[in-house]
Design a protein around this ligand. Sequence first.
Ligand code: SF4
Ligand code: SF4
Ligand code: SF4
Length: 200
Amino acid sequence: MGKRLKELIGRRSLLQAVTATGLLLGLGGIASWTSRRSAADPYLVRPPGGQDEARFTSLCIKCNRCTEICPEDVIVNAGVRDGPLVARTPRLDFSLGYCDFCMDCIVVCPTAALLPIRKSEAKLGIAVIMKDRCIPWQWGGCTRCYEKCPEKAIILDEFKRPIVVADKCNGCGLCKLVCPTDQLRSYKPGQTRGIEIERT
Ligand code: SF4
Ligand code: SF4
Ligand code: SF4
């Protein structure tokens, strides 16, 4: 074999090794990102009866029946950003609607991924005040979530700042829906609501 040919083969092997290593590192990174994201995303809140995440994801066939029937339009499809394993499963988006526990989604679910549950027992998640965004925690003047919460799960402190009473909150999301933070602070890029619903 000529010297030139040996050099070429050596360079090609090196290139292949570098490419393969890069690919493996990339795949490893993606795998660890997706598992971190789907395992820990606190904002991936499910419709009523889907709170056991492992059970829910093993039974949901992504048929969209719950999304279509929801009268409050609060159910959306999870995206690839939520993790490839949960993409297209139903999640609740409380910037679009809230859950009034009509239970229509449970009725149409063909696999019992959404288990029948009584409203009094349902707890979709829990409201958490984002103090860096909530208007009265920054300045003052808004009590909208306190006024609208159907469970009286929000109280006001001595400065009229909202506080969530965890035991009373069922995660319906009405507080987030009515929160005006993203409109009032729209001059700041990336502003969202002053309250979020985290899964429990
Ligand atoms: S219970 Fe009713 S309002 Fe709540 S997510 Fe299901 S269909 Fe929508
Ligand atoms: S999620 Fe529903 S019950 Fe909980 S604080 Fe908000 S409005 Fe009240
Ligand atoms: S509605 Fe939003 S901004 Fe107003 S008090 Fe509640 S969380 Fe804060």
